[in-house]
Design a protein around this ligand. Sequence first.
Ligand code: G6P
Length: 369
Amino acid sequence: SAAEKGGWDSFMAKEISEEPEAVANTIRGRVQDGTVTIPEIEGIDLAAIDRVLVIACGTAAYAGTLGKYAMEMWGGLPVEVELAHEFRYRHPFLSPSTLVVSISQSGETMDTLMAVRYAHERGATTLSICNTQGATIARESDGVLYTHAGPEVAVASTKAFVAQITALYLLGLAIAQARRTMPPEQIGEQLDELAAVPEKLTEVLESADEVRTLAQSMTDTRSVLFLGRHVGYPIALEGALKLKELAYIHAEGFAAGELKHGPIALIEPGQRVFVIVPSPRYAEELHAKVVSNIQEIRARGAHVIAIAEAGDVAVLPYADDVIRIPLASPLMEPLLAVVPLQLFALELAAAKGLDVDQPRNLAKSVTVE
Ligand code: G6P
């Protein structure tokens, strides 16, 4: 009903507006004096873990890739990410020192549940990141780290995604503490960066009108590409997924470095391409490479929509549109860059008169394998 949507046109619009709280509530009570404490997972000895395997489906799997970057960098251990439905059919190597982290908003996705069971049966340690209290996957795992995004009603996941990334970053820092792979002051710095995200998300949400105008100008678009590099790569994949799910537009996400190995053949005049641009301050080298990708596709007639940090002027000569995000350290950037892409898919679907909360052929939780 309209009341349940709290004045918003859709649950999805409402849920995107709740992203600052979703992140803040997921951090709350888990950080004290620059250290991470997660009482719910104290039963798992993180110091004894030597490898992490992340399993999930859909949007949750893209959160998992960001978790991989964080856990490897901070925790100094190998992390792999795999789609839950692929995982158990390839006879993966598992041992008690392998931490299998499942990510699921609903906690009921059958593909993910079967992967958790498989991992458990083969002696791995299982931890779930879940948004639904008491869900099956949570109950069947050795430990649960709940995301506190609040109930998510719209089929397409938004606030749960940012909460999942937050939870993975907390886990990454908890692993770093347990394995002593990072000096305590650096852990404190990362926690400060994370704590600053909710306010920055509120700032990004102010770009909603600008994104709506852009989306409304693109209702006839038949294909959209998304490019990103490093942490921008899973965000490009998520941007494309959102557009497929909601607006039924053919969309593909690519790693920007892969462009020259194939996807550039798709570029023709008028092709819309979103590019997530890394920070020129933190990632000078990658920034230059992505700007050169933009030049390449622009020279072939692409219409470029850049998502770039405030003050990044290097993109201006080549981008047709620029959506700004506030300054943030590299691992925090994806939490901000995803928002305009979620809003874009929502607004484009709405402009096409589609049901944004209940897209065709999709279910909120897929309880069949
Ligand atoms: C379905 C939904 C997706 C979601 C995926 C995983 O396919 O349509 O939006 O990302 O399931 O859901 P989960 O509840 O396991 O996070």
